[in-house]
Write a protein that binds this ligand. Sequence first.
Ligand SMILES: [Fe+2]
Ligand SMILES: [Fe+2]
Length: 193
Amino acid sequence: MVVASENSENPPDRVDREVQVYSYYRDAELHASSLIYRLLRVLKDDEAQLLLSEHLSDETAHAWQWTERIKELGRVPTPITDGYQVQIAKRAGVPRKPLDLLALTVVVEQRALERYREHLKREGVPERTLEVLRSVSKDEDWHIDWVNKKAREIATAEGSPELYDQAIDRYRAIDREVWAEFKDVERSWLEAL
Ligand SMILES: [Fe+2]
Ligand SMILES: [Fe+2]
């Protein structure tokens, strides 16, 4: 009987590619945390403070789950300087208005969820990675829902509900531009796993 050694299951180049993909996911989660932290400082009402605190806790937990996954592979996260969110910030700048921050949050959260769902559909994904993908994806729905709801409330209270839709359209256009450059690269990494 041939027992597969850990090395044959996890050849070094496969581990390199896994670490690269998980490091990009981790980077996106850390940037999401930073957006939520910004929102904590501008949305002062009680409900927003409670929801944002839980949201921030989730995003940092997601970053930690990817970090743990990388640790399990005996590695450390690769520093990421050109990730999806950095590209978004280069084009969109860092918004100051709450409505823009909320719209940007929804757009980047939807992108994160789509990345994870695409990864979940692939074959041969290690069980532990599936576990992390499922765990981080399950929080994204409530994140997107409450942020959307809050943004609509603010836009309506300001008398211009269309402002939120316009902000979403603006950030979605930027996201599409960035993703057009990013998706083939990310797909090629996933295919090589
Ligand atoms: Fe997340
Ligand atoms: Fe999220």
